[in-house]
Ligand binder design. Structure first.
Ligand SMILES: [Fe+2]
Length: 480
């Protein structure tokens, strides 16, 4: 949506007669934002977009948050989440606040209807899977590691291809701007005079994949369009196919951007997260941490310094890369580092990564300017030992949460319909093993932990020694 484009048939001027082959007028629709002063597109429908023949409320999407007064580090392993629903009903909100909702979806079935999010812009990150999004603006073909930005009000149907034998299940991360703001490239990347991407921007117009043909379906019948608005999904019935646009132009449309096309900016010394910024909306930003050469000062410390991002909560979704330095993290993990307490590299990683020349990390980050809350569904996959993972000698108890047994099975609004007493198997396992409540885990120390500390120190010494002695290029994990 950042720059002007057009697709299909258009009249020579706005708001003039534009006729169908049968002589009747096409129906013009101005798709405007911010009171018609923001990005806008003008669309030409075969049928008046105002005509509907039925409507009813379907289900609530109101998100229920838990532990709203609890501030702690969290690590949610989402990979064990079972496939369910379709690309809309299968979404499980894990974290959110009044500005943004962050969900994971592993769709089990296709959409038999079209969908419009009338409340929020949607930013997908496709972790696994390929397919098409058929939108009113045209067709987007997508694949792994694609961001798909679908602005508020866009009617679409998302269709995943059936994964090949042995391929992982389709899955995506979804970030929604529930405060009504739009997800856009950061203004500092854009020319104030022309809206062109500037030279210092880590991506530009050529990296964005815009809607293409086919676009227009001229068909009569009864077509369901589910509209999300007011914390509710409503079913509207149209007497014609909702993708009936013959042409449009403007600056408001969906698009794809593959994270591998993000050009990371590197420096002599460690660069802060805004260097990796990809999108922003009101009160949150989205960043891409991509494979890149590391800081090249001869004495550079290549992992982030301990940091307090005093005004932000930070969620990282781990896609792929070297997970050895942040213990217990795996693809599909989401870490939440709340404002209020500092975070940084895990013990031993500063020394062990000295001399590393590049990182193969790939992660998507969402920083928010208001505290994030967890949903009950998130607790079902929560690694309760994570807050103490910065203690020397801490080791994860397992890389596979007990939730993988299906203990937690959440609805799209973050409600868990797992174990009847509200505790997930992972929570039960932690309680059984350690008998510690989450709030006490940070202070918990056992004899076993002390023993591991010594072992870890030895391992760290060896790693440091190896690092200093190696002249070969080495990769490091530098998670923020
Ligand atoms: Fe951070």
């Amino acid at each position: 949506m950042p720059f002007y484009t057009k697709l299909g048939k258009l009249p020579s001027k706005r708001h003039i007669q534009f006729r169908r082959p049968d002589g009747r007028l096409y129906a013009e629709e101005v798709f405007g934002t911010e009171g018609f002063t923001g990005p806008t597109s003008t669309l030409y429908h075969i049928n008046p977009p105002t005509q509907v023949i039925g409507w009813k409320p379907l289900y609530s999407t109101k998100v229920e948050y838990v532990e709203r007064d609890t501030m702690r580090m969290r690590h949610v392993r989402s990979m064990p989440m079972p496939a369910k629903g379709d690309p809309v009903t299968g979404r499980t909100v894990l974290f959110g606040n009044n500005d943004v909702e962050i969900s994971v979806c592993v769709p089990a079935e296709g959409m038999k209807y079209h969908f419009k999010n009338a409340s929020a812009d949607e930013c997908f990150f496709i972790h696994f899977g390929t397919g098409f999004v058929y939108t009113m603006f045209g067709t987007l073909k997508f694949g792994p590691k694609d961001y798909i930005v679908i602005p508020k009000g866009t009617i679409y149907r998302m269709v995943f291809d059936t994964p090949e034998a042995g391929a992982p299940e389709s899955r995506f991360l979804l970030i929604e701007s529930v405060n009504g703001s739009h997800i856009l490239p950061p203004p500092r990347y854009m020319s104030k005079k022309t809206a062109q991407f500037l030279e210092h921007a880590p991506y530009c117009e050529r990296d964005l994949r815009l809607p293409e043909m086919p676009m227009t379906i001229d068909k009569k019948g009864a077509f369901e369009v589910r509209i999300k608005s007011r914390d509710q999904v409503h079913a509207y019935t149209y007497s014609y196919h909702p993708l009936d646009i013959v042409g449009w132009d403007g600056c408001y449309y969906p698009y794809c951007f593959n994270i591998d096309d993000f050009s990371p900016i590197v420096a002599k010394h460690h660069m802060p997260p805004p260097t990796h910024q990809t999108f922003e909306a009101h009160n949150f930003v989205i960043c891409s941490f991509c494979p890149r050469p590391l800081d090249f000062h001869p004495q550079a410390i290549v992992v982030p310094y301990n940091h307090s991002n005093l005004d932000s909560d930070e969620v990282l979704y781990y896609v792929e890369g070297n997970y050895k330095a942040r213990k217990g993290i795996e693809p599909g993990s989401l870490s939440l580092h709340p404002q209020g307490i500092p975070h940084g590299p895990h013990p031993g990683t500063v020394e062990s990564t000295i001399g590393a020349t590049h990182t193969n990390e790939l992660a998507v980050m969402c920083d928010t300017f208001a505290p994030l809350n967890a949903t009950k569904a998130a607790l079902g996959y929560d690694d309760l030992t994570y807050p103490q993972s910065w203690e020397s000698g801490w080791e994860p108890t397992t890389n596979t949460p007990a939730a993988s047994n299906g203990a937690a099975h959440a609805g799209s609004n973050g409600k868990s319909n797992g174990s009847s007493n509200g505790k997930s198997k992972s929570a039960k396992t932690t309680e059984k093993n350690g008998g510690k409540k989450p709030s006490r885990l940070i202070e918990a120390k056992s004899k076993g932990a002390s023993k591991v500390t010594n072992t870890s120190k030895n391992a760290s010494k060896k790693a440091t020694s190896a690092a200093r002695g190696s002249s070969a290029a080495r990769a490091a994990d530098t998670w923020q």
